[in-house]
Design a protein around this ligand. Sequence first.
Ligand SMILES: Nc1ncnc2c1ncn2[C@@H]1O[C@H](COP(=O)(O)OP(=O)(O)OP(=O)(O)O)[C@@H](O)[C@H]1O
Length: 649
Amino acid sequence: MGLIKKVLLGVAIVGLASLPHVWANPYYIHLMVVIGIYAILLLGLDIVVGYIGEVSLGHAALFGIGSYTAGVLNFQLGVPFLLAVPASIAVTAVFGAILALPALRVNGPYLAMVTLAFGTIVQILINEMTFLTNGPMGLSLRKPVFFGHQLNGMDYYYVVLAALLLTIVVVNRILKSYLGRAFEALRDSPVASDCMAVSVYRYKVYAFVISAALAGLAGSLFTYSEEYISPNTYNFELTILFLLAVIMGGRKTRTGAIIGSIIIVMLPNWLSDIELFRKIAVVIAAIGIVYVAYALVSRKRTPQEMILPLFLTVGLAVFAYWIENITDYRLTIFGVMILFVVYYLPDGIMGFLRSIVQKFRPQWIHHHEIVTEVGDTKHIWAAPDHPLTSKGHLLEVRNMVMQFGGLKALNEVQLEIAKGTVHGLIGPNGSGKSTMMNVLTGIYKPTEGEIEFNGKLISGSTPSDIASEGIARTFQNVQLFGEMTAIENVLVGLHHTYRSNLLGIIFNTKHYRAEEHAARLRAASLLKFVGLADLANEEARNLPYGKQRMLEIARALGLNPSLLLLDEPAAGLTAPDIKELIVMIEKIKEHGITIILIEHHMDVVMSISDTVSVLDFGTKIAEGKPAEVQTDEKVIEAYLGGNADEQAA
Ligand SMILES: Nc1ncnc2c1ncn2[C@@H]1O[C@H](COP(=O)(O)OP(=O)(O)OP(=O)(O)O)[C@@H](O)[C@H]1O
């Protein structure tokens, strides 16, 4: 953490700690407690929404489970606060897992539906299980007692503040660790994550369970704050409110969660005082005018695009002075504000503020964490996780058939790849090369046939299991983790080198720090190997196309593969870059890594391949040394049958 951030954090903590004394009104102290509690939940919800990119409509229910676990334990069994809270966290995490395990097999709208159904069921159960929950009558309890001292509202504020600060530290550590990188990676490119041995499904479930645990913590704190809980609180509206808070605050930021929480707790209050609402509306109109002026002057938006935001913000101010009673319009105003944020601030308030700060910030303040490790040639290579035990070929593909409807993209293909060789795979467009890559890496399940790798049958295994066996790949249409930096992309490739568990990350143990340091050193070395040392801290999506291809190779090497599949690595490269690529492939081979190379640049394939196989219409038509294949009549015919010039270009 930079010095400026540390100072700001220190000031914020001192400010928050002194707030209840400055503002010693019990009503406001209670509001601040609720803000803190919701912020804890939102920090967790952001892991699901912001990081893994899924929508959960079940978080109010998880919040309710946390609340009721603490409530029931205290009310029915007299369990003290310090035991009830961890129990709530654990119970909610278990419910999170029960929800996530089946639900996360589906995506998008289906996941939203499943979580919505979960929310409804939980609310009904709380209502119906009167023997435990007291049904609609609810449960009453008192604030916790610490060492014989009954806490009052102000004491409890400090309990929640401590829980919030602790949550921020824990969430920050998780999101900066290899777990957080896995979450981000699977959102940016699920297929590449799986092929880097980061199972999309498994890490989505982890993210959901961590998020549920935080909902449990928030729920249990809420029970003690309100001293009374009833089923109606944990309804659909609350779930929507939580989602809107994350979206309005801004995803992938801790500050965004706090801003979102302040908005959803305070908005009903702001909207109940007409004078206050008028002041806020004028401020919003002023911000709207400044933003519109800025967007027009910097030519970022057209005047047509700016009409609506100008109309909405200025209209809100006019409306504020026009109405006399605000209560009837509360929901409408809330809706309009949400529309505005969703349309015009898609990255939320924090995203908007950050984009402004980024423009004016000095060079030395960085958005991403800056990596200072310097690459070193001795850290590039590591022994494969699975030593080569098989005496025969490294890879054998037997009678492979891959059928899409009536089309056989691969038809009874046999392929043998000898250890330590570069095996070229060529063929006209649509001949089945990429399909073969996808079958080998488990993205497609073959219709018929077997694949044996290092003496083990891998056909039918999942992509992440196949990657863990030591098969790495690059993609024809580059599949990087766009919002992550170059070094973070390579660190995802090194995911398999971590052994520390969640506790190791949370407590930042020596062992975990050593693992992280070793991985970073190796990632920096791999970047140096592919010529990207200077671009380590650049977001992958901002790299030129040729560099993105190089980054994919570095990321794939991070997996310590025994077999590397390169799918058109020279596409989009300039002539000097292609020369460097050839040298690089030779170096990779020198280190004992076997390579399958799909390439349309014939000069590349022919100069570095030991063996070349040729596919045409899903069938292998020739195989041999490059010189033999080049003069094979069937091959010449296959290429001339297509567009020979185009193919050989
Ligand atoms: N998911 C899919 N669904 C249906 N058809 C597919 C699918 N994937 C590939 N195909 C078809 O299979 C055939 C082989 O495609 P494939 O992409 O493997 O060829 P290729 O040799 O890699 O071509 P290129 O050099 O253009 O990348 C094509 O006819 C393609 O349309």
